[in-house]
Design a protein around this ligand. Structure first.
Ligand SMILES: *Cc1c(COP(=O)(O)O)cnc(C)c1O
Length: 378
């Protein structure tokens, strides 16, 4: 019987591990015995490959509908590998609200290697069209973006890019493989910060790249092994275990997020709510709106009073944990952006991002309601 990807991530006991244990053993070894000199062994050195990382990568490839997956020591290491498949002189098109760490990587590190980046608002395909140079090799997308949750049409952008022989990479961290499948929409490369929903327990840093082309897979393996940025056996083992509950965790978070969105949209202390589920374009390429949303307080000066009055959410960077995580873009993810640019992009003091977790939504909403009262009444 063929299992769905969601069910397949649950199964380990049928994979022929010794003793048929419910979970695979952790192969905590940097090196492997090679008694036949020059003979072929499946594994020789753990940077180049180890059973725990391979098992994880097989699960990630199945989940995302790709042929090959590569696990990295962080989301940024995964993104770096994708960019390092380029060469000096190549041109890349990036979205204007790309993840801050990706912006830093391109602006402060990769620009030293004569790789050129053009930053555009990718939500308008005409902007992408205008940015394409003869040396363009990669269109990099993030949809939904954050903290404003702007949506780019993956199908249209990919058709345009492919007409110019440009590969398309999509950072799919916010939607997970369950919410959106960029490879099926035509994209060539899918990237995840597995630190977020894929791991889900706020206990490790990891990243992944998934592709369905052999030439890209060969490049990515060369980069993963050759630059030594692969995920450790220990973290691969933990992440593979956390993946088993991804479907239940994520689906519950999405259901809870819908309730929180409905609540915030009618609350007088909230002036705006940003949620991908409110976009027809997003829903034409994704299965639902996901579990992360943005909102702005009517009285932006009350942001600290609002936070002070909250009990449940973890107030921090990151997202996708079992616990609800409230982030303050102006002082956290987007703090490095100069204030004028931040304000022009409406990343103001009263803007919050909420990654909805697994708490009882009634309790979470009661907590938010209480804090919003504190945050608006004098
Ligand atoms: C967190 C994040 C990253 C970076 O991942 P790390 O695991 O922190 O290196 C990249 N893209 C998005 C959208 C993220 O949220």
């Amino acid at each position: 019987m063929t299992l769905s990807p969601e069910t397949e991530v649950l199964f380990d006991s049928h994979r022929g591990h010794q003793y048929n244990s419910a979970n695979p053993p952790l192969y905590d070894s940097s090196t492997f015995h090679q008694r036949i000199l020059g003979g072929a062994t499946k594994y020789d050195y753990a940077r180049s490959g180890n059973p725990n990382r391979q098992l994880l990568e097989e699960k990630l490839a199945r989940l995302e509908g790709g042929t090959h997956a590569f696990a990295f020591a962080s989301g940024i290491a995964a993104i770096t590998a994708v960019f390092l498949s380029l060469k000096s002189g190549d041109h890349v098109i990036l979205p204007d609200d790309v993840y801050g760490g990706t912006f830093r990587l391109t602006r402060q590190i990769l620009n030293r290697f004569n790789i050129h980046f053009t930053i555009v608002d990718t939500t308008d395909i005409k902007n992408i069209q205008r940015a394409i140079r003869p040396e363009a090799r990669l269109l990099y997308l993030e949809t939904p973006s954050n903290p404003k949750f702007k949506i780019t049409n993956i199908r249209l952008a990919t058709e345009l890019a492919h007409r110019h022989h440009i590969d398309v990479a999509v950072d799919n961290t916010f939607m997970t493989p369950l919410g959106q499948s960029p490879l099926q929409l035509g994209a060539d490369i899918v990237i995840h910060s597995a630190t977020k929903f894929l791991s889900g327990h706020s206990d490790l840093i990891a990243g992944a790249v998934i592709v369905n082309r052999n030439d890209l897979a060969e490049q990515l393996y060369l980069l993963q092994n050759g630059t030594g940025t692969a995920l450790s056996a220990q973290d691969s083992w933990t992440l593979a275990k956390h993946l088993k509950t991804l479907p239940v965790r994520y689906n519950q978070s999405v259901a809870n997020a819908h309730k929180v969105v409905q609540f915030l949209e009618q609350h007088p202390a909230v002036s705006e709510v940003y949620y991908p589920g409110n976009s027809d374009l997003h829903l034409s390429q994704a299965r639902h709106g996901g579990a992360v949303l943005g909102f702005r307080l009517q009285d932006e000066t009350r942001a600290q009073a609002f936070v002070d009055a909250l009990t449940l959410p973890l107030v921090s960077v990151s997202l996708g944990g079992v616990e609800t995580i409230l982030s303050h873009p102006a002082t956290m993810s987007h703090a490095a952006i100069p204030q004028e640019i931040r304000e022009a992009r409406q990343i103001t003091w009263g803007l919050f991002r909420l990654s909805v977790g697994l708490e009882d939504p009634t309790e979470l909403i009661a907590d938010l309601n209480h804090a919003l009262k504190e945050g608006c009444d004098d």
